[in-house]
Structures are given as C-alpha cells and as structure tokens.
Design a protein around this ligand. Structure first.
Ligand code: GLA
Length: 393
C-alpha cells in the first residue's frame, strides 16, 4: 500500500533539471497541467449530459522552448525516453506517449497556426492508467505551452476543444470533453458543473467540512478501456438513432427519456437499451446530486455515487472485479459517505468521500483485505482540488 498525501518533492525542479542537462537553453517556459477527478456524471459527456469534475493535486509539468530549426525533441522524464522528429511531418510515433503532444501540434497546424521546432521535457505524478486523465493533462499542457510560446492568442475553450480533438483524431479514443475541460478550467476548492451540450459551466464550492476525496487505486491498468469505450459510444449513438426514427428532435441521449427507450430501443436491441438506460438515469441523477451538494446534503449525494457505481457496473458494464470489490468494501462503512468507480472504467480508481478522521483506519482495514482477495496492492491518494492548467515556476 502507498499512502500519498503530499505532492512528490518538486516535480517541476526535476523537469527543469532534465531540460537543462539535455538542452543548452537557459530559460524554458514551464507549464503545470493537472489530472482530474469526477464526483458524478460518468459516461455522460459524449451523450451531451452533465459532469461534475475538478482538477486535482496531481499534475504534469512541461518545460518547453523554441528551436531555431524545425526539429521536435521531446523527453519524457518518467519513462526516460526521447522522441525526435520534424514539425513538418506529424504522424503517429509508434511509441504512444508522444502522440498526445503530436496530436495537439497537428490540431494547431490544422487551424492554420505556423509552429516552429521545439525542445520539450515533461514529467509528473499523475499515475498512468489510473483514470485520473494523465493524457488530457498532457494534451492541455501542450496546447497551453505552445499558445504561450508562439503567441497564438487562443482562449481556454479553444485549447480544450483542440486537445479533445487530438485524442479523438490522432490517438483514436473517441473521448468526450470532460477531462480536457477539467484539466484546463479547474478552480481551487470548486467542482465544475459542466453542461456538455452547451458547454456552459458553473463552479460549485466543494467545502464539505471534515470530508476528503480519497482515491483507491485498484492497480489495474485500464487496457481494455479505449476499445470498449468506443463501443459504448457507438451503442449510445445506436440508441439515439432508433429513437430519432420516431422523434427526430432527439439529438442525443440528453434529450431521451426512459419511456422513449422502452418504446423504441428495448424491443429492437436489449443491450443497447441497457446501455442507454444507464446514461439517461445518470444524467438525471447528476441534476439531483448537484442540488444535494448545493443544499449541503452530502449524505444524499453519497448515496447517488453508490447508485452510479451500480449502474456503471451492471448496466453499462465498464467496471471490473477489483473496482466492484473496493466499492463493496466501503458500502457499509459509516465513515464513507459515497463511493464509485471513476472515469472510463475497466480499472483505475474508485472515488470515495470519506470522513477525514477515519481515513487511516479505513485504509488499514481495506488494504490487507484487498491484497488477500485480489492478489495485488491498492494505492491510496488523497485528492485536493486545485486550479487548472497554468504557467508554472
Ligand atoms: C474518460 C473520457 C471522458 C469521459 C469518461 C467517462 O475519462 O476521456 O471523456 O467520457 O471517460 O465519464
């Protein structure tokens, strides 16, 4: 078990040090871009529903400077790998990790922004494959850094959209907008209530006295995630098509009702119906949960998190035994207000709202049970809500 309560020692210094030892440049631009949590509203973003994410105290740091030629030299400190290429031939690297950066460069070029060569070093403490969106953080860091470095004058929303497109078009995951939005627009001690249809958003204060966000990491890397993710998205689109034959005004599952599903989807495709039911229920659950949060009824909010988990596990089927196990372990713990799997699924973390004074006891109790049952160790992260992508020091 690893209990990580504090930011690893000076990540930004580690990145800067590597930059200086690799390149001669004296003063790179430093950008910090965080990972995210999502309290409720899962797999709703690409269905034009709502989400309730926040940026957290786990981030990528990127040091970047312009080169006088057209070369791209990119170094991952954590993987100890280097990518070299030209700004004029952007294609998938075959190494995976550079693709998040290259995809953003391609999007910027597609928008007509002329870019030059780059020296770039990045690293961070967002655990990979744990469902905290290290990929979105890397994309947002790149967009933010290049916007500054080349004076492109892009606003945050444009950078969010092109980062999402980079992941859709270049990496090949048909993700929604939540992760990039949360990474870029995060605000300290606030969750973001984002309408993924209009992209209107409000910041909701998250000052639940004595309660902390605790992430329990199953240590299962979500390898199935991208193919199954794309399949879920197609199933939702299939459900919308079936409804549209009778209700052309329905543009997404945001506009659908359970009655419509029962009439037009269930008789044709039971599995598609099951997937769509989860989404329609989750969209309305989020609305009620936001009211709970605004009224300060954290107990009711927590119950909705458990309901979300059950939907994700049984109807949407994006959970895994390890995630189910961790949620079941805390279900009857009086110190746990709510818990559920978080993010795309098939591994990664559960998000738990836990009474602060009981966290240690809870972890001491669950860690050995998890190890015994699942034959692996879980990790624990205490999430703090932080600001979104910004210039670092
Ligand atoms: C991943 C995607 C997001 C969102 C979540 C599920 O994190 O990147 O767009 O769909 O899964 O809510």
């Amino acid at each position: 078990m690893t209990l990580t309560t504090e930011k690893a020692f000076s990540l930004s210094d580690r990145v800067k040090e590597k930059f200086h030892s690799t390149f001669a440049d004296s003063k790179p631009l430093i950008v910090r871009s965080p990972g995210r949590v999502n309290l409720i509203g899962e797999h709703t973003d690409y269905n034009h529903g709502f989400v309730l994410p926040a940026a957290i105290n786990k981030a990528i740091y990127m040091a970047v400077s312009r080169r006088s030629d057209d070369q791209l030299h990119i170094v991952s400190v954590d993987l100890d790998r280097t990518y070299k290429g030209s700004i004029h031939t952007i294609e998938p690297s075959g190494m995976h990790w550079p693709d998040y950066i290259l995809g953003v460069i391609q999007q910027l070029q597609g928008l007509g922004h002329p870019l030059g060569g780059l020296n770039c070093v990045f690293g961070g403490d967002i655990p990979l494959g744990a469902g905290m969106s290290s990929s979105a953080a890397l994309e947002c860091a790149t967009a933010f850094a290049l916007n500054e470095l080349f004076g492109l004058g892009l606003d945050q929303m444009t950078m969010v959209k092109l980062s999402q497109k980079a992941e859709n078009a270049f990496v090949g995951v048909q993700c929604g907008i939540m992760d990039q939005f949360a990474s870029m627009f995060g605000k300290k001690n606030h969750v973001i209530r984002l309408d993924c249809q209009s992209l209107d958003y409000t910041y909701v204060p998250f000052n639940t006295e004595g309660i902390r966000i605790v992430l329990l990491d199953t240590n299962v890397k979500h390898s199935l995630a991208s193919s199954e993710y794309n399949t879920r998205r197609q199933q939702c689109e299939a459900g919308v098509k079936l409804i549209q034959a009778h209700h052309p005004e329905v543009k997404s599952l945001r506009d659908a009702t359970l009655d419509m599903l029962a009439s037009y989807v269930a008789p044709v495709d039971a599995l598609v119906n099951q997937r769509c039911e989860y989404v329609v229920e989750e969209i309305s659950r989020l609305m009620a949960a936001t009211d709970d949060l605004e009224k300060g009824d954290i107990a009711a909010f927590g119950q909705k998190m458990f309901a979300t988990h059950d939907g994700l596990s049984r109807k949407y089927e994006v959970s895994c035994p390890e995630l189910d196990f961790l949620v079941d372990q805390v279900r009857n713990e009086p110190s746990v207000i709510g818990a559920r799997m978080m993010g795309g699924g098939f591994g990664g973390c559960t998000i738990n709202l836990v009474r602060e004074d009981a966290i240690d006891t809870l972890v001491e109790k669950i860690a050995p049970i998890y190890r015994k049952a699942m034959k692996k160790d879980m990790k624990v992260y205490i999430g703090q809500i932080e600001n979104g992508t910004s210039l670092g020091e």
